[in-house]
Design a protein around this ligand. Sequence first.
Ligand SMILES: [Zn+2]
Length: 252
Amino acid sequence: MRLIIILSLITLVGCAQKETPPKKKPLIQNTKLSHYVNRHPNDSNQSISMGSVSNGNLKHGKLIPFSGNNFDYFDETSYLNGRAFLNSKVLKTILNSYALFETLQPKRKFKIMECAHKHGGKLWPHRTHQNGLSVDFMMPKLKDSLPYYGLDTLGSKHYWLTFNNNGQYNSDTSISIDFELIAQHILTLQKEAKKHKLKIAKVIIKIELKDELFAGKYGGILKESGIYVVNSLTPNINSLHDEHYHIDFKEF
Ligand SMILES: [Zn+2]
């Protein structure tokens, strides 16, 4: 009898716990995201990138996961508006690289920014990002030399942050870009890309930040790697690449 009472109590407590409403906001967000993901299941067809990054389309585009063990997509609205699709080879390259970083840099977290539409084409206001081979990555940051994520949750507003030519945040110069982590990330992406018959065609970063990017240990390896980091950009495009770096992949 006592056992029955105890079991009944456990059941009741269990029900009570189940019925406790979770905090409202995460529930709505997660429901929206999970509905969206369910509406866009990734099939096994290999993606086909057509045309160029600045005038192209994408067939069998794959949706990136909204989050993983050490990364997140940066903006829910962008995700729900269908701007987080990639060529399947690029997706595998990115996910495999993040998996490697769980060991390489176990304390670091990363943010992916805008990618492409499911079928490619113009992704306003980007000039490229049209065929699933272009990706924006948020600059990882340090504050007083420690990993800092305080600016990483701004969503699309992150694109409007500005950094000086030493890679320090203009509104608080104790926050700076972690260039060594970027260099290590780019090198890891290139290594993984080759496994999928891809290579990095171009890295776009504000020209004035290139010497900072190449300054450290991984930066030196990157500089000698042959990976093309742009040498010149129009003033407008240049000024937009201080808070994220853009990578175009190409197939071979
Ligand atoms: Zn871009």
